[in-house]
Design a protein around this ligand. Structure first.
Ligand SMILES: *Cc1c(COP(=O)(O)O)cnc(C)c1O
Length: 223
């Protein structure tokens, strides 16, 4: 097996372990392999190993790979900060947008075409530069998504802060999710957990993991 195949299998085993410790079924957890900065050839190799969900954080790169690999029928998850003027273009190839974080972006995503899945990103830090809506503004943003045609709210997305343990941070997301579910019972998904903290995320109820380097190896330098 290739290095990629080994790393994928090791991460899948770690996910199965964590799910079992949490009393959950691994099959209810979607693993999105984050392929940002990597060439389309690596995505193709992942697909050959059975990967169906991939994540990208930059529009132009994502658009190019999605076009080149169209025949593979992969599900493309957009996980990066998104400029409102790019919103319509991302809708065209994305299965889900995980980084909905402000009213202007919600408005830009409005569409009469087929609905796209989305997650509202919450900021777990006090630094607005980290992306995500502040918890105090969460309910209003959720209501706005629910009132916007062309968007299906799946739940919340978050990135653990760098300067505190991940598990209590993910527990906060789970609590915020209870507020969201009161407004939208179907929107119970939790997109959280990366290479170094996916176990904690699973223990706190993550349904969508976004895992890059633990599977792909180190990312090439930003191009
Ligand atoms: C890059 C990225 C990931 C994956 O990070 P790894 O540490 O490589 O697993 C997950 N989520 C977001 C939002 C990212 O930008």
């Amino acid at each position: 097996m290739s290095g990629l195949g080994y790393r994928l299998a090791a991460v899948q085993a770690g996910i199965a372990d964590a799910a079992s410790d949490a009393g959950r079924e691994a099959s209810e957890i979607t693993t999105i392999v984050v392929t940002k900065f990597h060439p389309a050839s690596l995505v193709r190799e992942l697909a050959a190993h059975g990967v169906r969900d991939v994540g990208e954080n930059r529009h132009q790169e994502a658009q190019a790979k999605a076009a080149e690999l169209d025949e593979l029928g992969l599900r493309w998850h957009f996980i990066g900060q998104l400029q409102s003027k790019k919103a319509k273009q991302v809708r065209a190839y994305a299965t889900a947008i995980h980084s909905v974080d402000r009213p202007a972006l919600v408005d830009a995503l409005r569409s009469d075409e087929a609905s796209v899945d989305c997650f509202v990103q919450v900021n777990l830090t006090d630094d607005p530069g980290r992306g995500g809506v502040a918890p105090g503004e969460l309910d209003a943003l959720v209501e706005r998504v629910l009132g916007t045609p062309g968007l299906t709210l799946r739940g919340l997305m978050a990135v653990a802060p760098l300067d505190e343990p991940a598990r209590p941070a993910f527990a906060r997301v789970r609590e915020l999710s209870e507020r969201v579910v009161r407004l939208a019972p179907e929107a119970s998904a939790l997109s959280m957990g990366m290479s170094h903290d996916f176990r904690d995320a699973i223990l706190e109820g993550a349904t969508h993991l976004r895992i890059g380097s633990a599977i792909t190896g180190n990312r090439p330098a930003a191009g």
